[in-house]
Design a protein around this ligand. Structure first.
Ligand code: GLU
Length: 152
């Protein structure tokens, strides 16, 4: 079962985020990753295997927004490409726990090419799609979630 941590702080948050991620290791996982926003850029670090291998560059250590994930692969092998977060256009990043049962249908319906083999990556593409045709982030998320079948 995977684990998810996310945080926004006025203080640097990365160390805390990774400590909290370690606390979720007992749930079992095969790969892990995190993303931070730093200088208006999303940076992601991923690894196959233990979270302690997530060496983060010092340049990111004062980031104040982070998401992190331990993955238990259901779709696609444990690999850095398949590890979460899934990033799109250096603007959107998602981590997901569960299974998107209709991910193949959605790929066809919206003509989406994904980088990874995961079911999860479809979420970030759908969000981008709906953001372009709706008037708010909330509306885009609502439309995205309405398309998903499965668990998250
Ligand atoms: N189904 C997703 C994947 O294979 C998420 C697995 C999980 O919950 O860790 O990447």
């Amino acid at each position: 079962m995977c684990g998810i941590i996310a945080g926004i702080s006025l203080e640097p948050i990365l160390k805390t985020t990774l400590t909290q991620l370690e606390r979720l290791e007992y749930r079992g996982y095969d790969s892990a990753g995190f993303a931070v926003i730093h200088n208006n850029q999303i940076s992601a670090i991923k690894t196959v295997g233990e979270t302690k291998k997530l060496a983060f560059p010092k340049a990111l250590s004062d980031a104040t927004i982070a998401i992190a994930h331990t993955r238990w692969a259901t779709h696609g092998i444990p690999s850095e490409t398949n590890a979460h977060p899934h990033i799109l256009d250096n603007k959107y990043a998602i981590i997901h726990n569960g299974i998107i049962e209709n991910h193949a249908d959605l790929k066809n319906k919206y003509q989406i090419d994904t980088l990874s083999e995961t079911d999860s990556e479809i979420i970030v593409h759908l969000y981008k799609h709906f953001l372009a045709v709706t008037d708010s982030q909330e509306a885009a998320w609502e439309s995205t979630i309405l398309e998903l079948e499965g668990s998250w």
